[in-house]
Design a protein. Sequence first.
Length: 81
Amino acid sequence: MLYLISLHATDTGDILCELYEPSTSNEFRTEIRDFTIQFIQNPLTLTCCGIFDLDYTLLRSVIGTIITYLVILIQIGNIPQ
């Protein structure tokens, strides 16, 4: 779902670039150009209170941590007493 949101945000930039046509007014093109520059300089990122980004790296880290703990628990569980 997070990937889809980022993908749609990128599509928004592409759509705005398509709206930048010579047939539109200069004021409208200026607004589109300013928004596009802001969009390039500040890309959309979803964060959790600004602490960490909500993306696939978070998911990969959580899965890696769970697998690591499971391997450790399996190794400890096989120790003969």
